[in-house]
Design a protein around this ligand. Structure first.
Ligand code: ADP
Ligand code: ASP
Ligand code: MG
Length: 436
């Protein structure tokens, strides 16, 4: 059994939905869908208005969004019967969203509002397939996708509930389910964070021991650099799980950072494919490594660097433990670390507890904070015995100020910390030197 996930742009219009329906003809496939493109952003905007107690602002966006959905319904279905059924589906969800404009609005209500996008897109696709004569069935993600008290997915629960649902509907041709949405440990509606439909796909794949997980999007696989900043990037045909995980974590938006782990743990290949160009080979992510090659570059924004300089670090044991403990106490993950005999520099991307962290670190030395930084990450076969790669990477950036360099943490990555204002220039220079 395969799991196929289609992102927002892949289901972004009636025509796109029809195109997706043509791609999911293999029996017993599980199809994970995102909300139609732009919808989750609009739901976030509606929620922002409601937090600010501005129901008129919220209603204006709700009404606009509802109108676009009625247009999609008119275009998507051929028969009066299905147009009517889809209209009822859409108005049910929009009436429900409107109920939140009348009362107290908290994080709890926001999560319910955010869940409506995937509920509508999957409902519409299922109706369309039924109209086409396909015996498809909706698997409600809220009945099987669950997180635990640490907000981590609960694989045992997911496996048991999902397999029970599949057994219940074993005569169906196709299964359609919502990406992104879940219930939390308290049974409340929640989500797997923005972009989390990729995570749904890999959790579903792991739960059913899928033979392959396919992530269908608007580009022909993982490119060797960020196409939003660099021209003439090209697709990478093969990546190791660890290379893909590094690229996703360090900013390659095509994949959600969490989505590789369940696939890797269960050794399920992940294929990145292009809905607009279904015959393109895309990218295969698996346990295979291509030796002696730099594969791709990615960049992670909004990084803050913190340097602690201390005479006491000289010959001291336990200094690093004390420093790291402070970050742990404030539940702030560290991305990059570099050390010297007199100091240590760390980077974080979550600045929520920055002031408290800095205050505590001052006990151990002089603290300096640098903001508006970007981690540029170069991924490939970077085993230390390979010669020359580090030199070409550093050489590519010879005109750009570099705040930190980290190499040797894995066999797959070199990370460099630079100013945000140098990001585009750095990505372009790396493409020029490494791939042209
Ligand atoms: P979806 O809505 O299908 O989940 P996303 O917008 O999340 O799609 O991801 C696809 C986008 O990721 C592409 O359109 C592209 O602009 C962006 N992207 C960033 N870095 C890369 C990369 N290295 N390779 C391919 N796409 C990338
Ligand atoms: N619809 C959600 C979002 O826009 C989840 C996803 O598309 O992956 O973030
Ligand atoms: Mg995405």
């Amino acid at each position: 059994m395969k799991v196929l996930k289609f992102g927002g742009t892949s289901v972004g219009s009636a025509q796109r939905m029809k195109d997706v329906a043509k791609l999911i003809t293999t029996k017993h496939t599980i199809v994970v869908l995102s909300a139609m493109s732009g919808t989750t952003n609009s739901l976030v905007e509606i929620s922002d208005y409601l937090y600010k107690k501005n129901p008129d602002g919220a209603n204006e966006i709700i009404n606009e969004l509802a109108i676009t959905y009625y247009k999609h319904v008119n275009e998507l279905y051929a028969t009066a019967e299905y147009k009517q059924r889809a209209k009822e589906l859409v108005s049910y969800h929009f009436d429900y969203i409107r109920t939140f404009t009348k009362d107290l609005f908290t994080l709890f209500e926001e999560r319910v509002v955010l869940a409506q996008g995937e509920l509508i897109s999957t409902g519409m696709m299922n109706l369309y397939l039924n109209e086409q004569g396909v015996n498809s069935v909706l698997l409600p993600a809220l009945d099987y996708m669950r997180t635990d008290k640490n907000a981590e997915p609960d694989p045992v629960y997911i496996k048991e509930k999902l397999n029970a649902l599949l057994e219940e509907y074993k005569n169906a041709d196709l299964y359609i389910t919502q990406g992104y949405i879940c219930r939390n440990a308290y049974g409340e509606i929640d989500n797997l964070q923005r972009g989390g439909s990729d995570y749904t796909a890999s959790l579903v794949g792991a739960a059913i021991h899928a033979e392959e997980i396919q992530i269908w999007t608007d580009i022909d696989g993982m490119h060797n650099n960020d196409p939003r900043y660099v021209e003439n990037t090209s697709p990478v045909r093969q990546l190791h799980f660890e290379e893909a995980a590094e690229l996703a974590y360090f900013g390659a938006k095509i994949l959600h950072p969490t989505c590789i782990l369940p696939a890797k743990l269960n050794n399920i290949p992940v294929r990145l494919l292009n809905t607009m160009q279904p015959d393109a080979p895309g990218t295969l992510i698996s346990n295979n490594t291509e030796k002696g090659k730099i594969k791709a570059v990615a960049a992670k924004d909004k990084i803050t660097a913190i340097k602690i300089k201390s005479g006491r670090m000289l010959l001291a044991t336990g200094f690093l433990r004390k420093v790291f403990e402070i970050f742990e106490n404030y539940q702030t993950p560290i991305d990059m670390v570099t050390t010297s005999e007199v100091g240590v520099s760390c980077t974080i991307d979550n600045r929520k507890r920055l002031d408290e962290i800095v205050d505590d670190l001052k006990k151990y030395g002089t603290v300096t904070v640098d903001e508006e930084l970007v981690i540029v990450c170069v991924v490939g076969d970077l085993e230390w015995e390979n010669v020359g790669f580090e030199a070409s990477i550093v050489n590519a950036l010879k005109d750009i100020p570099v705040r930190m360099i980290s190499y040797g943490g894995s066999n797959h990555n070199i990370s460099l910390l630079i100013k945000s204002s140098d990001k585009k220039r750095a990505l372009q220079a790396l493409s020029q030197h490494l791939f042209n």
